[in-house]
Write a protein that binds this ligand. Sequence first.
Ligand SMILES: [Zn+2]
Length: 398
Amino acid sequence: MTTVATDVFNVHARLECLTCGRVQPPSSTWGGCVACGDQEPVVVTYDPTLALTDAAEVARTLTPTLPEHVLDLGQGATPLVAAPELAANLHLKVEGQNPTGSHKDRFQAIAVGLARALGYPGVVTSSTGNHGAAAAAFAARAGLRCLVCLHPEAPPALMSQIASYGAAIAIVPGREGELISRLVDGGWYPATSADPALAGRANPYGSEGYKRIAFEIVETLGDVPPVVAVAAASGDTLYGIWRGFQDLHERLGLRVPGLLACQPVGSAPLALALREDGRGVVSEPHSLALSVRDASSGRHASRLVRSHVALPVTVEEDQLADATRALAAHGFCVEPASALALAGLRLARERGVVASEAPAVAILTSSGLNWTRDLDVIVGAPPVHRSIEAALEAADVV
Ligand SMILES: [Zn+2]
């Protein structure tokens, strides 16, 4: 099914192939560029002649769909908290305060909203947990059916959350793309990432939701920070945040920050993409940070790395654990994958890749509340004292 719905999409929006440059109207095509034989990813761009005067107008105007089609569960407008005790000149963007506990709500508010506007009966996605929870929540909000292909190691808390929204869960390791393709061929909507090579079918619209992270940072700080660090997996988050800053740059002349794309050393396809000047595929990805344990990142994100717009930073597991503990010790309970942003920033400063005093924002993509199983691995079992005497001793009051 290919639909061009002028009452759904923004008239200024278009789909652009990053490989051949072909531009086409936004539509329900989910296989990447139709002109490129190998299904290259397409991204959303906007009429470059459109004159915009300020950041609020950029945020309001450069959205893929008409605003009434974006679903609302209260997502976005997350806090930006100064945290100099964790690193000099650091602000933390606390995305865990989104409705389902992660930044993925920004993606699905647009993606699932579009599914409803186009009249799809159901949405399908593949996920290690966060992406699926967001898809399920917004599908419930939209009154649509939802099926989430979950990673077999997805945390139980997220499975329960997904089920609570009424979504179905499939665990079919290695065959997620096949299931998604069959559902989409059967008329369902793919709420998947932007590169069709990753999940069988691609959704170029959802990552536009991440632009608001950039817009909100600039609005709160009143300026573009020199450095922004974020964990990267499929690359939609990295791409979307960059796209937000790039929109402000192209339309208003603002600078673009140095982006740190933080990945665990055992699963760092973006670093591989840079070294090998290709896409980068990790043969046996491993890390405690399940959300970013990807064999490859999307080609849209790989391009950012190869063009030196984003710098890949690889983080050792003990550094990831240290950053998770440090954040929690200062009141920020995050999913371990989120802590990659702080760990990567610290590494980049130590190595002199970015100036150590340059103001930086680390994106804490996800709350730790859904990932207590993995936090226990890092922090250890909760220290419960089962007698008054032991509790007093633990508090140094005897
Ligand atoms: Zn193309």
